[in-house]
Write a protein that binds this ligand. Structure first.
Ligand code: HEC
Ligand code: HEC
Length: 421
């Protein structure tokens, strides 16, 4: 047989097989391609989520290469944790409406929230950073108002979704929002003007990465215009590593130890010397069962507790140079800060828990470097004699007595109205 014919015949029989087996072929192709395509798609998606960090410049909204973006994001998440944003910006996990009579499940949930000192457990995971937590602000016996934490998720209608990163940085630093409002800056917002450029940006990047939550927060009602933020001269990059510089930076810019462990004397802030009723904004905490949960609710207390009580932020200079507790180690201080274990055990040598007002549940995420830097800062403080009552002072049902302790004067009529009494 000539070679050509043989080749032709072979070609013909191949063609015949090809035609005949079209059905099998389609099945074969389907059988092979479907899983392959699926595997490629899954692999691609997995690669997006779990793949090694990409260094190519991808559009991230920051104009930064992707790896820088990841660094900013994780730094922002860390700062938001130790800066306790969620403690104030996340509403409790209770429905917007009060429990209807007979709805025992919801009533019990509310009672738990209002009376369990471990309040962090009741923050709503679905409304993280969606705001709306009312803060009743008392300026004097006849002046006060209410400020609501704002929705800082990227929802475009009810949150800060239309704000650019620069807008967020400016609002944190100066308290001025893109629409020209001056925020009422109470601690820790008063510290944020000192945030390094890259740290403020990291927080902005993190906030923009959060899931948007649609949740409308009422407008604040204050009988005065909030003052502008104090001028500051923040660095571009924060100091890093372990040491006094890092501790100074953290406590001046985001970790509000001084907010709760200070008092005013002769118009000057006496840092770390312990709280005082002369300034109930800082250092003295009202605990009680009428914690306002909803926008239309009022209450005396800032932190949940079974009965009315008052708690002071202690004098931290006791642990400093020449202080009566100067022998306390940095390890013990770090244990107090991150694990909520009181520095001194009880009379039987057993460890005692710190109240949850001391934000150790958030500080639990603090790095060793940061926690030990701050502990070292405390050890370096010079002792200032200033006695504050230790532990929770309980008043049972007597809110007037608790008020007197918290503010240093009996409640006025205006106070009673302000706190819904
Ligand atoms: C002690 C409670 C508290 C903590 C902690 C706190 N905030 Fe706020 N924040 C508020 C309140 C209250 C307002 C609203 C002030 C006003 O309306 O004048 C506010 C407003 C804001 C705003 C302005 C939003 C707007 O729509 O105007 C931003 C942004 C913000 N906070 C971010 C943060 C970040 C980021 C953190 C953590 C690093 C943080 N906050 C920690 C209470 C807090
Ligand atoms: C929101 C308020 C608040 C903030 C912020 C805060 N503390 Fe406290 N801290 C308290 C209160 C209140 C107590 C007393 C708790 C108790 O007696 O159970 C306390 C207790 C402590 C104690 C334990 C003292 C002892 O006798 O055992 C240490 C140490 C301490 N704080 C250090 C710090 C440091 C350091 C920071 C900053 C990283 C800080 N605190 C931030 C409110 C606060």
């Amino acid at each position: 047989m000539p070679r050509v014919t043989r080749r032709r015949r072979a070609a013909r029989s191949w063609a015949r097989w090809w035609v005949r087996s079209r059905v099998q072929r389609r099945r074969f192709v389907q059988a092979v391609t479907a899983p392959t395509v699926l595997a490629v798609v899954i692999g691609f998606i997995a690669g997006l989520h779990y793949g090694p960090p990409r260094t190519a410049t991808l559009p991230t909204g920051t104009g930064q290469p992707r790896s820088d973006y990841q660094d900013l994001l994780s730094r922002g998440r860390y700062l938001a944790t130790i800066g306790v944003c969620e403690a104030c910006h996340t509403p409790p996990e209770v429905p917007d409406e009060k429990a209807a009579p007979g709805n025992h499940v919801q009533a019990a949930a509310e009672r738990n929230y209002r009376t369990d000192p471990d309040w962090f457990r009741y923050l709503d995971p679905v409304r993280r950073n969606a705001g709306g937590v009312p803060f009743i602000i008392r300026m004097s016996k006849d002046m006060g108002g209410v400020v609501y934490s704002r929705n800082i998720t990227p929802d475009r209608e009810t949150g800060i979704g239309t704000w650019t990163e620069d807008d967020i940085v400016r609002a944190l630093r100066t308290g001025v929002t893109p629409d020209g409002r001056q925020l009422f800056m109470f601690a820790p917002h008063t510290f944020f003007p000192n945030l390094a450029d890259t740290d403020a940006r990291a927080l902005a990047v993190y906030l923009k990465s959060m899931p948007a939550v649609r949740y409308r927060v009422p407008d604040r009602s204050l009988p005065f215009d909030p003052p502008p933020a104090a001028p500051a001269d923040p660095p571009v990059d924060p100091p890093t590593g372990r040491g006094p510089e890092r501790a100074e930076y953290l406590t001046a810019s985001i970790v509000g130890c001084a907010e709760c462990h200070s008092h005013h004397e002769n118009g000057k802030l006496q840092e770390y010397t312990g709280g005082d009723p002369s300034d109930a904004f800082i250092g003295v905490f009202r605990l009680g069962p009428d914690l306002p949960l909803r926008a239309d609710e009022k209450g005396l207390s800032a932190f949940p507790y079974p009965g009315y009580a008052v708690l002071y932020g202690g004098n931290l200079t006791k642990f400093g140079q020449d202080g009566p507790l100067s022998a306390v180690s940095e390890d013990d201080l770090v244990r107090a800060i991150r694990q909520g274990v009181k520095v001194e055990p009880d009379a039987y040598g057993r460890p005692r828990p710190l109240e949850h007002v001391m934000l150790w549940q958030f500080y639990a995420g603090m790095t060793d470097d940061d926690a030990y830097s701050i502990a070292a800062l405390v050890k370096q403080l010079s002792y200032v004699e200033h006695d504050v009552p230790a532990g929770v002072i309980r008043f049972g049902e007597d809110w007037r007595a608790a008020f007197q302790q918290a503010f240093g004067e009996p409640p006025s009529e205006h106070d009673a109205e302000l706190f819904g009494k």
